[in-house]
Design a protein around this ligand. Sequence first.
Ligand SMILES: [Fe+2]
Length: 196
Amino acid sequence: MAKTPRSSNTPDSVAPQLKQHTGVTQEYGTIVKLPNGLTESVCKKSVALLNQTLADTMTLRDMYKKHHWQVVGPTFDQLHLLFDKHYEAQAELVDIVAERIQVLGGVTLAMAADVAEETRIPRPPRGREPAVVQMSRLAQAHEMIIIAARKNAETVADTGDSGTNDVLVSNVLRTNELQAWFLTEHLVAVTPTPTA
Ligand SMILES: [Fe+2]
């Protein structure tokens, strides 16, 4: 194999060591005990719940960008902007949830292929869908995350993990409830059905 060309003047001590494959230093699903006053089993339980939340949140985040790009129709401008605004908030959530996992000594899911295997949100088609279908799909994903966040918040409150409870309620639940409201108000018929 040909050697990477390198100036003969470069001392070995400062030459970049580019081919390093030392393997995984912490397996996914394991916990490193940190001084946070929580037992390893409590952290492990919270991390598992948070990684599911993370997979679903990353999927919803990316669905917002898909719909931001692909939306069409007379409400294009408004929805194009709304979808991107919600994408940004979901991206912030992703970071908050992921860093909570690391705070607990866990390992975050990170790559798209792993997220695709773990998320419970139905996979949308690659092709373009009408705006109302996009919004229905997003609303369904929000509700799945909302239901899980409420249930998981109670679970981690019972184990004493107040920090994760706060993330699930103050960040995940509140953001998704708000975005679900903004979305579904767009699905109300412009002309109400007259009552008899
Ligand atoms: Fe954009």
